[in-house]
Write a protein that binds this ligand. Structure first.
Ligand SMILES: Cc1ncc(COP(=O)(O)O)c(C=O)c1O
Length: 361
């Protein structure tokens, strides 16, 4: 049975994107590949707001996130944590044998810029990890405010995960002083999973050059060397790169400002619906994500049953809560190619499913 995903990634992929992926294979050391790689660089750099290259990594985002730790942490990394993906990133740092401090706040609370500053001021750190948009609890931290603190510490390399916010709002890498910008394909870009993007500053590459155990697959210096020839370190997921090119064309055609406005508008439509139904936003007021809504299940709805009705009768799926929030929250994505019409249809389906469930209760 086919159904449409409104979970916060992977999300629905358009026919146009799927079609783009069916183009014939080309050799990854061929002139055709170099042309493809080089053709998308300017558009990627524009979307990342950077003059640095944007490397293509054939991996999900966690590959790039682990790679960043291996490339950049010599002394100790400060891991800002307010949700499941940040918790995991800290765990990954420890698994890589890195010294890492957990700067914890409750899930749903944004990362506190003052706490970041206080901890970095100890002088113990040479890197910081930060997730802009914690998908697990739908909380978006104030990146400009945090980066203003981080910039006070030039010895610290900043590694920022924009996995579930990239391309839904402006995140100005160079202006903010982000050293390593990481994102993935299956969120707001609305591509299938398997490709991640990494943009590293000169400072990050200089740090990497001083670190011995960078490995190979995620070695930033290998990414850079190959980038200069319009290639990737090893055989990339060429079908997804075709899809990325197609998506960049879509984004250009829509215009980024219109794209950002669309995400904000659709996000609010879903939020207004849920609040009117008596649910509450889970993250702190004013810190809700722009690409998804995470609602507290204040009506104690049976979320498994709700999703079952949605899937079997309405052909769509939402998320019933991540990790320790399973059953206590639900998440609805508005990222990617959603439109006013698809959100109206979603809301109608949610209303119908809730009514059906209350009738049969
Ligand atoms: C904010 C964030 N970071 C990292 C990840 C991990 O991405 P992946 O599973 O694609 O490696 C996710 C996945 O949902 C995420 O939402």
């Amino acid at each position: 049975m086919s159904y449409k995903l409104f979970i916060p990634g992977p999300i629905a992929v358009s026919e146009k994107t799927l079609c783009a992926m069916t183009q014939p294979m080309i050799g990854h050391r061929s002139a055709d590949f170099v042309a493809l790689y080089q053709a998308i660089q300017p558009d990627l750099q524009a979307l990342v707001y950077t003059r640095d290259p944007v490397y293509l990594s054939t991996s999900s985002a966690f590959g790039a996130m682990e790679g960043a730790l291996r490339n950049l942490v010599k002394k100790k990394v400060l891991c800002c944590m307010n949700g499941a993906f940040a918790d995991k990133w800290h765990d990954v740092a420890l698994r890589c044998g890195k010294q890492a401090t957990a700067l914890k706040c409750d899930w749903g609370q944004p990362v506190d810029p003052a706490a970041v500053r206080k901890e970095l001021a100890t002088g113990a750190y040479d890197a910081i990890t930060l997730i802009h948009n914690e998908t697990s609890c739908g909380c978006m931290s104030d990146l400009p405010a945090i980066m203003a603190m981080v910039r006070e510490f030039p010895e610290v390399v900043s590694i920022v995960d924009t996995v579930s916010s990239f391309s839904a709002l402006a995140i100005k890498k160079d202006e903010l002083g982000i050293d390593v910008f990481i994102t993935g394909s299956q969120k707001a870009l609305a591509l299938p999973p398997g490709l991640s993007l990494i943009s590293a500053s000169k400072k990050a590459l200089a740090r990497a050059a001083t670190i011995a155990d960078r490995g190979y697959y995620f070695d930033f210096l290998e990414f850079h060397k190959n980038h200069e020839g319009g290639m990737t370190t090893s055989t990339p997921v060429i079908s997804l790169i075709y899809a990325l090119k197609s998506k960049l064309e879509d984004i250009k055609a829509e215009g980024v400002e219109a794209r950002y406005a669309r995400h904000a508008r659709l996000n609010k439509q879903v939020r207004d619906w849920a609040l009117a139904k008596g649910f509450k936003l889970f993250p702190k007021e004013g810190c809700g994500s722009v690409t998804l809504n995470c609602f507290a299940n204040t009506r104690n709805v049976d979320l498994v049953a709700l999703n079952n009705v949605l899937k079997t009768k309405h052909g769509l799926v939402i998320d019933g809560g991540y990790g320790k929030l399973k059953g206590k929250t639900f998440r609805i994505s508005n990222m990617g190619d959603e439109t006013d019409a698809t959100i109206v249809a979603l809301v109608q389906a949610l209303n119908a499913a809730l009514t059906e469930m209350s009738r049969s209760a």
